[in-house]
Design a protein around this ligand. Structure first.
Ligand SMILES: NC(=O)c1ccc[n+]([C@@H]2O[C@H](COP(=O)([O-])OP(=O)(O)OC[C@H]3O[C@@H](n4cnc5c(N)ncnc54)[C@H](O)[C@@H]3O)[C@@H](O)[C@H]2O)c1
Length: 258
């Protein structure tokens, strides 16, 4: 880590999964603008490389890697490749995920397991692979991108169960990192302006979200950028809900109807 930086503004090597996705447009940009080097990882190398090219065009240092986070061999290969190309990783942002819009009777065990693999086993595999490096440095940041769907009941059970599992994995890991400078937190976004969100949900935002606004990916990036600082060292094991207040209220009437 650069000694020129103040304690609260270290320049880190940050590995971001799902880096070609909609939310990572905001996350990558914010982290890059904070002076971090980005290790961008996605299943889709072509889109990941395009995202990296765009970041480089903005003066951000970024590298693209392909990996399927659900495959242990792929993650191990990734760890070795990153070490050789970029060096030690100081922070992990687990943002790779899928939203499978199947309700109970549409699911098979296979499709349910697939969502659990990507949304929960993937982050576990990443954290497991890099844990020893973080422990050796006695400092690190892990941020799991969960969802408000993991905090309440939700129509799509594989998504809700995987995100609830991810939030509880987050809390459980505090025991493993006890007494170190490593923190583990979950960010739980509400409705974020990405292609994952269908028009029907966007249309409901004025009625369901107290701010009346969809969350911008840049806001998620700003929160994660703060979590990577030393100023955030006491935020540990949190589910940081960023949803415009949507989960805090239940409206029985339509506010747009007066
Ligand atoms: N968009 C929202 O409103 C919203 C709300 C709450 C939480 N989230 C969560 O935020 C994260 C990012 O969402 P998004 O909107 O950017 O979705 P997105 O579909 O745009 O991006 C997800 C990315 O993950 C990658 N990916 C999928 N499986 C992978 C695997 N096995 N290995 C590596 N990469 C893989 C995809 O290629 C894609 O680029 C997800 O975890 C999602 O569940 C999104």
């Amino acid at each position: 880590m650069s000694e020129q930086n103040t304690a609260s503004q270290r320049s880190l090597n940050v590995l971001v999964t799902g880096a070609a996705g909609g939310m990572c447009r905001g996350i990558n940009k914010r982290l890059g603008n904070a002076g971090h080097t980005l290790v961008c990882v996605d299943l889709d190398l072509e889109r990941c490389q395009a995202a990296v090219d765009e970041l480089r065009g903005q003066g951000i240092t970024a590298h693209a890697f392909a990996a399927d986070v659900t495959r242990e061999d792929d993650v191990e290969r990734l760890r070795a490749a990153v070490k050789e190309t970029v060096g030690e990783v100081h922070a992990l942002v687990n943002a790779a995920g899928i939203l499978d819009r199947k309700m109970l009777l549409d699911h098979s065990v296979e499709s349910f397991s697939c969502a659990i693999d990507i949304n929960l086993v993937g982050p576990f595999a990443l954290i497991r692979a890099f844990a020893e490096d973080l422990l050796a440095a006695n400092w690190g940041r892990i941020v799991n991108v969960s969802s408000i769907a993991g905090t309440t009941g939700y129509p799509y059970p594989s998504y809700a169960a995987s995100k609830a599992g991810l939030s509880n994995l987050t809390r459980s890991l505090l025991v493993d990192f006890w007494g170190t400078g490593i923190t583990v937190n979950s960010v739980c976004p509400g409705v974020v302006d990405t292609p994952m969100v269908i028009q029907e949900v966007r249309d409901q935002v004025p009625n369901k979200v107290p701010t009346g606004k969809i969350v911008d990916p840049d806001e998620i990036g700003a929160l994660i950028a703060f979590l990577l600082t030393d100023d955030a060292r006491s935020i540990n094991g949190a589910d940081l809900v960023i949803d415009g207040g949507a989960t805090q209220v239940f409206r029985l009437f339509d506010p747009t109807q007066g």
